[in-house]
Design a protein around this ligand. Structure first.
Ligand code: PLP
Length: 366
């Protein structure tokens, strides 16, 4: 069968390998498998959330509240914005999809960082848009601006902190950049890891309210999958001017998240202690990776997230090392497909990180 030509350019998104698959393929007991590949919260989910989800199980037969009243109310309060400046998605991934379908087509261009979240490219390919990338590994807003002038893209993706490199943009520089961009160009600011960045460094803390008050063309993205520990609930959101949000709403299928997800996300927002404790432990454990990298003589990119990117030395091959870790039940992300000889490792619990250090040391020796 022939399919749309635009599909030819798409490489299927590779998720972190699921535990079940590693158990089957490598014969490791599921209980001995550690997954540090998808930047999930290693401390799980707030117990208050688990309780709340159990309490709404009986509502599974009903469609969810499509106005998403409680969740939008919680987000509006958290960010000091109004509920009509918010759209909820099945993960913030779905909001990226809406945004691309709202702005891009085969006659337009989209600008993104050299190394960044793979879904931007995949969605852009859906509509045949032309992709323009910077050359620098970390976001360089001057380079972005030059490419913007040259290509006049309909859309720009800024991922701060960036996945898979962990670097973050200074808010002042971000605002200065935005003030030079035409209001017709949509700028997506993906803050999937913003809770981590804001904790580590005030200069990196993007406040969506400030952005959307000053810039009608900005779409900020947040998610419950990372710091809130709800990857399995597939809930994310977009924040933008009412004009942008109403355009995105036209692309939204009804009931795009589940009754259980709605409840989970709403309650997760209320348990700030859980999130803050997770973030604090994350950076305590991250220090150990910094020390480890130094001992191993490998580069670690300064990270504002819950993962670290280890850039390997010549003579070390990220695919070989990832594979030997996998055989021992340690799942990390090989960044070969991003043209980096590097691995991305989610910062786990103390015990998980101990295991990583041991296995990596052994794998790097061979
Ligand atoms: C994880 C992630 C997302 C979205 O995840 P969802 O689970 O779809 O909400 C978006 N952007 C980046 C950069 C991410 O790492």
């Amino acid at each position: 069968m022939r399919f749309n030509k635009s599909l030819d350019a798409i490489k299927t998104y590779e998720t972190g390998k699921p535990i079940e698959l590693v158990a089957r393929e490598y014969g490791v007991e599921p209980k001995d498998i550690i997954k540090l590949a998808s930047n999930e919260n290693p401390y799980g989910t707030s117990p208050k959330v688990s309780e709340a989800v159990k309490s709404v199980i009986h509502k599974m037969c009903l469609y969810p509240d499509d106005s998403m009243y409680a969740l939008k109310g919680g987000l509006a309060k958290k960010y000091g914005i109004s509920t009509d400046e918010i759209i909820i998605g099945s993960g913030s991934d779905q909001i990226i999809e809406f945004a691309v379908h709202a702005k891009l087509n085969a006659q337009t261009k989209v600008l993104m960082n050299s190394v960044t979240f793979a879904m931007y490219e995949i969605y852009a390919c859906h509509v045949g848009a032309q992709i323009v990338r910077t050359k620098t590994r970390e976001h360089d807003l001057e380079e972005f601006y030059q490419l913007y002038l040259e290509h006049k893209p309909a859309m720009i993706f800024l991922c701060t902190p960036n996945n898979p490199t962990g670097d973050a943009i200074d808010v002042e520089a971000l605002k200065a950049f935005l003030s030079k961009i035409d209001a017709e160009t949509m700028v997506v600011v993906d803050g999937a890891y913003m809770e981590y960045a804001a904790f580590k460094d005030e200069k990196k803390a993007v406040r969506p309210k400030e952005l959307i008050e000053s810039f009608s063309n900005v779409l900020y993205l947040g998610t419950f999958s990372k710091a809130y520990g709800l990857g399995g609930m597939r809930t994310g959101y977009g924040i933008a001017s009412k004009e942008v949000i109403s355009a995105l709403f036209k692309l939204r299928p009804p009931f795009n998240i589940t009754t259980l997800s709605l409840e989970a996300a709403t309650v997760a927002l209320e348990d700030e202690t859980f999130v803050n404790t997770s973030i604090q432990k994350n950076f305590e454990q991250m220090k150990r990776y910094e020390i480890f990298a130094k001992e191993q003589g490998i580069e670690i990119i300064e990270s504002y997230t819950n993962f670290v990117t280890l850039c390997l030395n010549e003579g070390q091959n990220s695919s070989d090392i990832s594979l030997s870790l996998l055989k021992k039940g340690m799942i990390v992300r090989d960044l070969k497909s991003y043209a980096l000889n590097a691995i991305r490792v989610t910062v786990g619990t103390e015990r998980e990180n101990d295991r990583f250090f041991d296995l990596f040391t052994a794998a790097a020796k061979n």
